[in-house]
Design a protein around this ligand. Structure first.
Ligand SMILES: Cc1cc2nc3c(=O)[nH]c(=O)nc-3n(C[C@H](O)[C@H](O)[C@H](O)COP(=O)(O)O)c2cc1C
Length: 138
């Protein structure tokens, strides 16, 4: 069964090598697991979308939770999907670069990007627009 899980967590202070490392292991493991998705980092908050088989995504999510590079995880959306949105991405990364700032704030409830405050429908719309418009890094 194909599902999409969206969660947020708070990043601990980390260097650019940490992000590179997260991305490298994500791409390596997710390709093998048949998991696709996107990872955003903005305002010190990670927002990740994981798509794939329900049990595979569950197991992966629980592994990611063990990672000391973030804390305060919260599942924001979990639903069955008909098809993948990020079919071509084992894990895309979007950071707050100037080009994406307006997009982040378009879906923010306040002056700062805070996914913990976003409704599932808003999150889905955000990822759809992200997929279509964003400037992908790395
Ligand atoms: C915010 C965040 C997102 C992550 N996303 C993934 C992911 O999608 N896939 C993955 O395999 N590891 C992800 N990781 C890294 C894992 O926690 C873990 O370090 C990695 O899976 C270890 O794999 P390796 O032993 O093959 O290096 C993420 C870590 C963080 C902090």
């Amino acid at each position: 069964m194909l599902i999409r899980l969206i969660y947020a967590s708070r990043a601990r202070s980390m260097g650019p090598m940490d992000i590179k490392d997260i991305l490298a292991s994500s791409r390596r493991n997710n390709t093998r697991l048949g998991v696709t998705g996107a990872l955003c980092l903005s305002n010190g908050i990670f927002l990740q979308c994981l798509e794939g088989d329900r049990m595979v995504v569950n197991t992966l999510y629980h592994r990611i939770l063990q990672d000391a590079r973030h804390h305060d995880p919260a599942i924001l959306d979990f639903q069955e999907i008909v098809s993948r949105q990020f079919g071509a991405w084992s894990m895309g990364l979007v950071s707050t670069v100037v080009d994406n700032q307006a997009l982040f704030l378009k879906y923010a409830t306040g002056a700062q990007f805070d996914p913990y405050e976003m409704r599932p429908e808003t999150l889905r719309a955000f990822f759809t627009e992200l997929m279509n418009n964003t400037r992908w890094l790395a």
